[in-house]
Design a protein around this ligand. Structure first.
Ligand SMILES: [Zn+2]
Ligand SMILES: [Zn+2]
Length: 165
């Protein structure tokens, strides 16, 4: 039995219930809208979406959806409604979208993870993880990456690690 790993899986399960430990710094998402697929980025400069609504109003239902889905991990205020934005329709859409997580494909992100003793920096890029903690350094997986795999289930490809239940 791999007791070290079993302990980490237990910890990951607990951490996945505490998403406020995580702060997303950057994020890249492919978003399947009703008619088209859009690319959404979160950077130091804030949100950006490739859709026409965002270009016109500076906010769109796709970004509003991600603000809902990732709320505990964002640590930033929600974007103000844009001038001329159809707020009623976009609020309705983003509420519906936030229950349809298969629309969201997370391509990449950087994050910090507030662990029990220390804070760790994480990256994810198209299935490849890194974490600054010692366990990840030796095992290429850790309670932080496994917790995020649980939180992002359905929004990233199925994990290759043995996260069973
Ligand atoms: Zn958009
Ligand atoms: Zn780690």
């Amino acid at each position: 039995m791999d007791y070290g790993m079993i302990g980490k899986i237990e910890k990951a399960r607990r951490y996945a219930e505490e998403p406020q430990r995580i702060t997303l710094h950057t994020l890249e998402v492919e978003f399947r809208g009703d008619n088209d697929t859009y690319i959404i980025n979160l950077t130091d400069a804030g949100w950006h979406c490739s859709c026409a609504g965002f270009a016109a109003h500076g906010l769109c239902p796709h970004v509003m959806t991600l603000e809902k889905v990732f709320k505990p991990m964002l640590k930033r205020p929600a974007m103000p409604y844009g001038h001329g934005q159809n707020v009623v329709s976009d609020v309705e859409k983003s509420t519906r979208y936030s229950h349809e997580k298969d629309r969201i494909l997370v391509r990449a992100f950087t994050a910090s993870f507030e662990g029990s003793n220390d804070s760790h920096e994480l990256t994810y890029n198209q299935g490849a993880w890194t974490c600054g903690c010692d366990f990840f350094h030796s095992r290429h997986v850790c309670c932080h990456t496994m917790a995020l795999e649980r939180i992002l289930v359905g929004m990233i490809p199925a994990p290759v690690t043995a996260v069973t239940t």
